[in-house]
Design a binder for this molecule. Structure first.
Ligand code: PEP
Ligand code: MG
Length: 751
């Protein structure tokens, strides 16, 4: 029994000081068990068991020979060496005393499904956390299978990436041991990750919770975009709530045959796909648990959790090693990005693009390249280390690519959706990891500008500086800037999050749900900017975009030219039922925050404007001192007949220079071939803008601009102010510069 005590131990028998025996993960599981944190029960096959195996089976010398003269930068040789070592380990028999101890503990635990996890003794230390370093096997059942998987965990200590990492960090291969926690499987109905510090801004007053349906591997691998909550730790209030659509979940396959993957992707029932994955009570419980864990360890934690039959279990916790300087300090480039994704790791990276479709291609990545992949896995790590920057199509802020690249200090943008498709191998790009943006070419960044920008932003101006904003999680942060409100809140972003066509939801009798979700999407903006104006621009999807939504194909025809098709105000008139859901959501938000006002896009005729206004009035949304109604000026007809449009009775206009340029020049704004000619500084476009502003000024209504023009060509702002624009709405990165330009012009005009 004393032998067993050393080679196998219960979680409750070990604590945080037992890393040499049970590894970082095992020590944490023990520590949490002892602290009363709800950890699924289990035992650890200790590092001593592993060492005993390595020595007694005689594999030590054979492994040493293979690794001795290995050049780890030669990816092909590294992979081959790794395979040889793993084969040696898998083919050597497990010492009988260890095998029988494992059997005994497993039986005492009540058998059933377990997770067999790896816990390297040099892993999960505060300075050396390294995501996904060794294998984890879920849903393992039967003592022989458990024993086999323990051995697989031992072999995983010699995965190529692990060998590479140890060499890099100068760890002796044989001083790093591996323990194997065997833990009762939590069959998570939902699961996720919590950070007790906001992982991107490193704001320690906030924490985040991510939640998905099914097993948590979906989040870590980046395959599922989770629901995301940002929480104020002091008040425990949810500051931001972003509900994602989830169509598939990873779950245990009950009919699995021996040797088959015990997990499979199941379809989430349609009615559950777009609803929150966890209830408010569960959120409270998770916050409570996370804060307890952080308090227990005395530093920010990265926690994996699972929910089974309504009970929360903690599957893992480790210190967050990525708390670095606040990203707000990083300068932003004044250019239009070619790709936008989630800011994952701050810093700028410049280099040629290398697109990988599989981890076995990693040796294509040379030092200084920009690694582009659908997503990364631990097998990508050696290449990630060589990369100047990393881009992925998929994944959230806590996905593998995000965590690893932060630790490596490599700038990274995840969830670009299309990086692997739109970039060309060899193309030189600049990646801005702090802002999640990618620019064409090599852009040198002058860091000194940051201070100057902060000074500009403080200036006071008569002309309002608004911001174009659609990401609820940015609302709070951007609202802290010196900005006078939101000049354009595009509703399409919120509707995409809902994921379903409004008419389909009506058919299903789910209109109430649609309204509620829309309300929840608008609310963070209203709240964060209150009492400043938030201009909600009613939906302006085109037919092809609507078609992408669930149920969309049923309701959308095929159009040759969706830009010129069934969009904007025309839709509200032909499909008032869908429009009324939007009105109802706005009314609900306004019942709490009356700073939300409405702007109607793409109005073709004066009659259309009159009709839309009447529908809104019929639903109780009536223009008043407290409720403003604006129209976008995006069609040349709006400019030519501006007086007539204004006479319908509106509070003013906002110039949609994107569509206005498209229609003035007759250029499809999405056409790459004509992109050079698509220029808002074209004289015809400027004439249209000037006319609109001048007439509005004369008629005493407001004139704003919310197209990209002033964000892309800041020099336009000077002209706009001279003509009498009342507000300029720009992307968040341009707030300070725009304020500065306006202050300058106003000073000149007054002198
Ligand atoms: C515009 O057309 O300028 C505008 C702001 O609207 P969108 O880009 O959403 O069409
Ligand atoms: Mg438009």
């Amino acid at each position: 029994m004393s032998m067993d005590k050393k080679t196998v131990v219960w979680f409750k028998e070990v604590g945080k000081n037992d890393i040499p025996l049970v590894g970082g993960k095992g020590a944490n599981l023990g520590e949490m068990t002892q602290a009363g944190i709800p950890v699924p029960p289990g035992f650890v096959v200790t590092a001593e068991a592993y060492y005993e195996f390595i020595e007694s089976s005689g594999v030590h010398g054979r492994i040493k020979d293979i690794l001795e003269n290995l050049n780890i930068e030669d990816s092909a040789a590294l992979l081959l060496a790794s395979q040889k070592v793993k084969d040696i380990i898998m083919n050597a028999p497990m010492p009988a005393d260890i095998a029988s101890a494992i059997r005994a503990y497993y039986e005492e635990m009540g058998e059933g499904f377990v997770a067999v996890r790896s816990s390297a003794t040099a892993e999960d230390l505060p300075e050396a956390s390294f995501a996904g370093q060794q294998s984890t096997y879920l849903n393992i059942r039967g003592s022989e299978s458990v024993i086999n998987h323990v051995q697989q965990c031992w072999a995983s200590l010699f995965e190529a990436r692990a060998i590479y990492y140890r060499e890099e960090q100068h760890f002796d291969h044989f001083k790093v041991g591996i323990a194997v926690p065997v833990q009762r499987m939590v069959e998570s109905e939902s699961s996720g990750v919590m950070f007790t510090v906001e992982p991107i801004s490193s704001d320690t007053s906030k924490m985040t919770i991510e939640a998905i349906y099914g097993l948590g591997e979906g989040i870590v691998s980046g395959e599922v975009t989770p629901d995301m909550y940002i929480i104020d730790k002091a008040s425990r209030a949810v500051l931001t709530r972003n509900i994602s659509h989830q169509a598939r979940m990873l779950a245990k396959n009950l009919n699995v045959l021996p040797g088959e993957d015990p997990n499979s992707w199941l379809t989430v029932p349609v009615e559950n796909q777009s609803v929150p994955k966890i209830t408010p009570t569960e959120i409270d419980l998770l916050i409570e648990t996370a804060l307890n864990i952080e308090k227990h360890y005395g530093c920010p934690q990265d926690i994996e959790w699972g929910k089974e039959k309504g009970k929360i279990f903690i599957l893992q916790t480790r210190p967050v090693t990525t708390v670095k300087k606040n990203v707000e300090q990083q300068e932003e480039i004044d250019a239009a990005p070619i790709l936008v994704g989630n800011a994952a790791s701050p810093g700028f990276g410049i280099g040629p693009v290398v697109i990988l479709s599989d981890a076995n291609q990693i040796d294509q990545v040379k030092k200084g390249d920009v690694l582009v992949a659908q997503m990364t896995t631990p097998d990508f790590v050696p290449a990630m280390k060589r990369a100047a920057a990393i881009l992925t199509d998929e994944g959230g802020r806590t996905s593998h690519a995000a965590i690893v690249s932060r630790e490596l200090g490599v700038p990274c943008v995840v969830g670009t959706k299309t990086a692997t498709k739109v970039l060309t191998p060899g193309q030189i790009i600049t990646v801005d990891g702090a802002h999640g943006k990618v620019y064409d070419g090599a852009i040198k960044v002058d860091d000194k500008d940051a201070e100057k920008e902060a000074e500009l932003e403080k200036l006071q101006t008569k002309t309002n500086v608004y911001v174009n904003l659609a990401q609820p999680e940015l609302a709070e942060k951007v609202a802290k800037r010196h900005v006078d409100g939101v000049g354009l809140l595009r509703a399409e972003f919120i509707v995409s999050q809902i994921g379903m066509h409004p008419l389909y939801m009506i058919k299903e009798g789910r209109q109430e749900e649609y309204i509620q979700k829309l309300y929840e999407g608008i609310l963070p903006f209203a709240k964060a900017f209150y009492p400043r104006n938030v201009t909600y621009r009613t939906t302006d999807f085109k037919t092809n975009e609507y078609k992408e939504l669930i149920g969309g194909a049923e309701y959308e025809g095929s159009e040759e030219n969706p830009m010129l098709g069934y969009r904007g105000a025309s839709r509200y008139i032909h499909d008032p039922e869908a429009f009324k859901l939007e009105i109802e959501a706005i009314k609900r938000v306004r019942a709490e925050y009356d700073n939300v006002n409405v702007m109607i896009p793409f109005v073709r005729t004066v009659k259309e404007l009159r009709t839309v206004k009447a529908i809104m009035e019929e639903c109780g949304l009536v223009r008043s001192d407290k409720f403003k109604l604006w129209m976008m000026v995006e069609i040349p007809a709006n400019v030519l007949l501006i007086e007539d449009f204004l006479s319908v009775g509106i509070d003013g206009v906002s110039i949609g220079s994107n569509d206005l340029t498209q229609l003035t020049l007759g250029i499809d704004r999405d056409n790459d071939l004509l992109a050079d000619t698509f220029d808002e500084r074209n004289k015809a476009v400027l004439k249209a803008i000037k006319h609109t502003i001048t007439v509005c000024k004369k008629m005493g209504v407001t004139a704003s601009i919310c197209g990209q023009a002033p964000s892309v060509y800041p020099e336009l702002t000077e002209k706009l102010v001279q003509w009498g624009i009342t507000s300029v709405s720009v992307s968040p990165d341009m707030i300070a510069r725009t304020r500065g330009i306006i202050a300058d012009v106003e000073k000149k005009l007054n002198s």
